[in-house]
Design a protein around this ligand. Sequence first.
Ligand code: 13P
Length: 308
Amino acid sequence: MDPLTAEIQALKKSKKATILAHYYQEGEIQDLADFSGDSLALARAATKVDTPIIVFCGVHFMAETAKILNPEKTVLLPDLKAGCSLADSCPADKLARYQEMLRINGRKFQTVTYINSTAAVKALSDWVVTSGNAEEIVRRVPEDHEILFVPDRHLGHYLQEITGRKMIFWDGACMVHEIFSVGDLIAMKKKMPGSIVLAHPECPANVLEHSDFIGGTEAMIRHVGKFSEPKDFLVATEPNMMWQLQKRHPQHRYHGVPGITCACNKCPHMARNTLEKLRDCLISENPRVEWEPCFDQAGEVLRRSLLN
Ligand code: 13P
């Protein structure tokens, strides 16, 4: 074991900390984590942690969600600047004004918000969804209500298609999933006949229409596990996902679908967390997510949506 990994493990023990990691973290971080998962499993796992400190290796909204669901715990994020383009696309004041405009116009709606959003936006919502439970929650919205879906327009369009529910969309998109190259994907499929395309529902429709399976990160793992014969999987999501797929189902070959601007679609926010920053945050117990007044209301929405 390298000295840095050993140091982190010793600190984790002495500080009584639990490390949670998203599947988009580097493999070396996922390897060190007590639990790796998708957004839904991580939010649920955070409520089961029995140590006083949670180190969240993911992006800010994930650590914030863990704090909201566990007010008494210290929640550390190795780099506080690990943000999310989707969360940035939907400022709470802008959403509040838009909701008000819809109400003034007599629209009867509920707001369904993707978890990739700030706590202030969650507090303005009726429901919070992840890729893992979105379809189920959308079906819970009373039929006589329209759905204002924020902030991911691609996920919203996909949900509208599979549920038939009428939606009003926010104009947000994930910077990672928005820029897969459809041309390269088609060329890869031609080069590898029999390959299977996995796409995250944050991808635009022109990528989804060339996919064999659409689902969040946990659903991808479950789907791949159904194939016992070795297959080629073309993966349209953050490339670190392939580390977890390789670990869980090593009989297959995984190929990342390239982006239009670079060789891969690595999330620059997820990549802010490093082993060094993980060690440093354990030593200083900082940076941490501080409690904010809107967390009370956001917590009600999160508990109703993710824990029931
Ligand atoms: P899931 O892991 O829930 O599929 O979400 C991916 C994601 O968008 C993380 O920001």
